[in-house]
Design a protein around this ligand. Structure first.
Ligand code: NDP
Length: 283
C-alpha cells in the first residue's frame, strides 16, 4: 500500500505557520488582504472563490471581492486591476481564468503589479521562476507540488522527476522550481513518444494534463512518488485526477489523492503568498 500524501496535513502545518506570522503583522497594524477578481459567474470560479474565502477567514486574512459582469469591457477589468495595484490595503490578488475570450488575457495578467501577483500570472513573476529571480510569486499549484514533497520529506536533489504537462500554470513552472532544487527534470506532453517508459523511469512523477484517470498502472513502477495535479470530472460527473488512483496506488510508494491532495495545498499557498506580500510591505 502506498503512503497517502494528503493535503490536509500540509494545510494544517501551513496554517500554524501563517497564524503566527499574521499575529506578528497585526502587532504592526497590518491585516493581510487578498483581492479576488472574477469576471462572470462560472461555476468553477464560484466554487473556488467559496473555498478561498473560507480558508482566508479561518486564517484571519481579509478578502476584497471584485466582480465584473461576464460582458464587462476589457477596460473595466483594467481599471479594477489598476485600483488594486494602487490600494495599499490590498496585498495580493487572485484573478480567475480563463477570462472571457474577447479579452486579451495575457495583457490583463501583465497589468497586475508583480508585488501583488500572488498566483504568478504575470510575465514578471514567471520570468523570476525561469531566471531564478525574486520578483512576484510562482504559480501556486506549482509551488504546492514542491511544498507537498518537502512536507513529507521526499528527497528532490539528484532525483529524476518526470512532469507530464507543459502549461505555464503548472508543468513548466514546477519543472523549473524542481530544477532549481537540483532535480533532473524531464517534461512530457501530448506528443511525447514512449511516455510509459519515461514515467516508469522516474523517482517522482507529476501528472498535470487534465485527462481524467488517463494514467493507469502501466505508467508507474514500485517505489515512485506520484503527485496528481489534475482536477477533472469523469463521465459520471465524479471528481477525479489524471491518475487512476485505484489502479496506481497499490503499485507506487506514495501518491496524492484527488480530491484532498495538491488542490487544497494550492489554496493555502495563495494565502501564504498573500501573507508574504504583506510582510514585504514592511520590509
Ligand atoms: P492545460 O490544458 O493547459 O495543459 C495540459 C498539458 O497536458 C499540455 O501540456 C498537454 O500537452 C498535456 N497533455 C494533455 N494530454 C496528454 C496526454 N495524453 N499525455 C501527455 N500529455 C498530455 O492544463 P493545465 O496545465 O491548466 O491543467 C492541468 C490539470 O491540472 C487540469 O486537470 C486542471 O484542472 C488541473 N489544475 C489543478 C490545480 C490544482 O490546484 N490542483 C490548479 C490548476 C489546474 P500539449 O502541450 O502537447 O497539448
Amino acid at each position: 500500500m502506498a503512503q497517502l500524501l494528503t493535503g490536509k496535513e500540509v494545510v494544517a502545518a501551513m496554517a500554524e505557520d501563517m497564524k503566527a506570522r499574521i499575529e506578528r503583522l497585526a502587532q504592526q497594524g497590518v491585516t493581510p488582504m487578498l483581492a479576488i477578481v472574477r469576471v462572470g459567474e462560472r461555476p468553477d470560479d464560484l466554487s473556488y472563490e467559496r473555498t478561498a474565502v473560507k480558508r482566508a477567514a479561518s486564517l484571519g486574512i481579509e478578502v476584497k471581492k471584485c466582480v465584473l459582469d461576464s460582458l464587462a469591457p476589457e477596460v473595466a477589468l483594467s481599471v479594477s486591476l489598476q485600483s488594486i495595484n494602487y490600494d495599499t490595503a490590498v496585498h495580493g490578488c487572485l484573478m480567475f481564468r480563463p477570462l472571457p475570450t474577447y479579452m486579451d488575457e495575457k495583457a490583463m495578467c501583465n497589468e497586475l503589479a508583480a508585488a501583488k501577483d500572488v498566483d504568478g500570472i504575470s510575465m514578471t513573476s514567471l520570468a523570476s521562476v525561469f531566471a531564478d529571480g525574486h520578483e512576484g510569486f510562482p504559480p501556486c499549484t506549482a509551488e504546492a507540488c514542491v511544498t507537498m514533497l518537502d512536507h513529507y520529506g521526499i528527497p528532490i536533489t539528484g532525483k529524476h522527476v518526470v512532469v507530464v504537462g507543459r502549461s505555464l500554470v503548472i508543468g513548466k513552472p514546477v519543472a523549473m522550481m524542481l530544477l532549481r532544487r537540483n532535480a533532473s527534470v524531464t517534461i512530457c506532453h501530448s506528443r511525447t513518444e514512449n511516455l510509459e517508459e519515461i514515467t516508469k523511469s522516474a523517482d517522482i512523477v507529476i501528472c498535470a494534463t487534465g485527462r481524467p484517470r488517463a494514467f493507469g498502472a502501466r505508467y508507474f513502477s514500485p517505489g515512485q512518488t506520484v503527485l496528481d495535479v489534475g482536477i477533472n470530472f469523469d463521465a459520471h460527473g465524479s471528481l477525479c485526477g489524471d491518475v487512476d488512483f485505484d489502479e496506481v496506488e497499490p503499485v507506487v510508494g506514495a501518491i496524492t489523492p484527488v480530491p484532498g491532495g495538491i488542490g487544497s495545498v494550492t489554496t493555502s499557498t495563495t494565502m501564504e503568498h498573500t501573507v508574504r506580500a504583506a510582510e514585504l510591505t514592511l520590509a
